[in-house]
Design a protein around this ligand. Structure first.
Ligand code: NDP
Length: 328
């Protein structure tokens, strides 16, 4: 029987819950393909699945949502579904079960990696980059000349979203947890870096925008920054809270929105790429930017997939920069 090595959890908890195990691999059925991973992306959501903040459908579960690799075999194609052949270079974001060397998965969740885009770049970009796409192109449409605020701008989503907003002609204010992260953010085009452990980011945004505030805040930090982010908004601004790196945002009293005409959004990637045409639009825009060099993926660190626990510890203790790759 064919097998694969994978990182699985049998219960919820800390990084110590992850086990490196051998699992059986079925033959790909109709509409399925067998993919050999060349690179696996690390995401904060993997830690939420591990801890139980976001539920996994059942236990034991293979963690991981994002990877790139090569099709090894394909089952009979589904009617109307995409067709892949052995040897095709493919990638996906947002399909649970990615922390493994090989997997059988639905072909309709995969996209082709264009020439000139490396496996690591695709594995780092699919989830974090399609998130950046919907944040600045769908939930809020960033326009040239606007000034936007991005928290944790030197992180995985942060470095990609920053470059995307720059490509759209915006001025980017970004927060970062250290001077080194600040330098990385500047190298990705961030115009104004705020070291938010030392500086009051609300005051600094006020100074930079001449007291006006920003039309949109992209906040993946959550609990620690939510209230300050609300204060950074201009009249009729949009607060986009999309993550919980510092903990989940407590329930919100909607009356807080009325005085300044604020909109709050709490989006997630899944619905934005649920339909095949949306997945293709998001991924082709993203991969096109990468291919053209408008968005560069910075792989700040690599860990062996078998030691995904070390990667989780680094991510949760703010030790990582840019994107992180797990090497199968
Ligand atoms: P990052 O690489 O951005 O890592 C998280 C960063 O958050 C840290 O490096 C750190 O940067 C900052 N941070 C601030 N406070 C804390 C804290 N208390 N603990 C840990 N980190 C903290 O991760 P990702 O790019 O994977 O994800 C970024 C955010 O976006 C996450 O909240 C994630 O859940 C969310 N997300 C949401 C999606 C959606 O569709 N809703 C999809 C993808 C990601 P610094 O040191 O500079 O402060």
């Amino acid at each position: 029987m064919t097998t694969t090595m994978a990182i699985r959890i049998h219960g919820l908890g800390g990084p110590e819950m992850m086990r490196w195990e051998q699992l059986p691999l079925p033959e790909p059925g109709p509409g399925e393909v067998l993919v050999r991973h060349e690179a696996v992306g690390l995401n904060f959501i993997d830690t939420y699945h591990r801890s139980g903040l976001y539920p996994v459908p059942s236990l034991p579960a293979v963690l991981g949502m994002e990877a790139a690799g090569v099709v090894e075999a394909a089952g009979p194609p589904a009617t109307d579904g995409p067709t892949f052949r052995a040897g095709d270079r493919v990638a996906y974001g947002s399909v649970l079960g990615g922390y493994c060397e090989r997997r059988v998965m639905p072909a309709e969740q995969l996209v082709r990696i264009p020439d000139g885009v490396a496996f690591e770049a695709a594995a780092a970009a699919m989830l974090k980059g399609m998130t950046s796409w919907y944040l600045c192109r769908r939930t809020y449409r960033v326009r040239a000349g606007e000034t936007v605020l991005i928290h944790a701008v030197a992180g995985g989503v942060g470095t990609i979203l920053c470059q995307w907003c720059k490509a759209l002609g915006a001025t980017v204010i970004g927060t970062a947890g250290s001077a080194e992260k600040g330098r990385l953010a500047r190298a990705h085009g961030c115009d104004h870096v705020i070291l938010y452990k030392e500086e009051d980011f609300v005051e600094r945004v006020g100074e930079i925008t001449g007291g006006e505030g920003v039309p949109v805040v992209f906040d993946g930090v959550g609990k620690a920054t939510f209230d300050g982010s609300m204060e950074c908004l201009a009249l009729f601004g949009m607060m986009i809270t999309f993550g919980n790196a510092s903990g989940p945002v407590p329930p919100l009293n909607l009356l807080r929105l009325s005085a300044r005409g604020i909109t709050v959004a709490r989006p997630s990637l899944k619905p934005y790429i649920e339909r095949r045409e949306d997945l293709e639009e998001a991924s082709s825009e993203l991969l096109g930017h990468i291919q053209a060099g408008r968005i560069e993926l910075t792989i700040g660190q690599r860990f062996p997939l078998s030691d995904a626990a070390a990667a989780h510890r680094a991510l949760e203790s703010r030790q990582t920069q840019g994107c992180t790759i797990l090497v199968p």
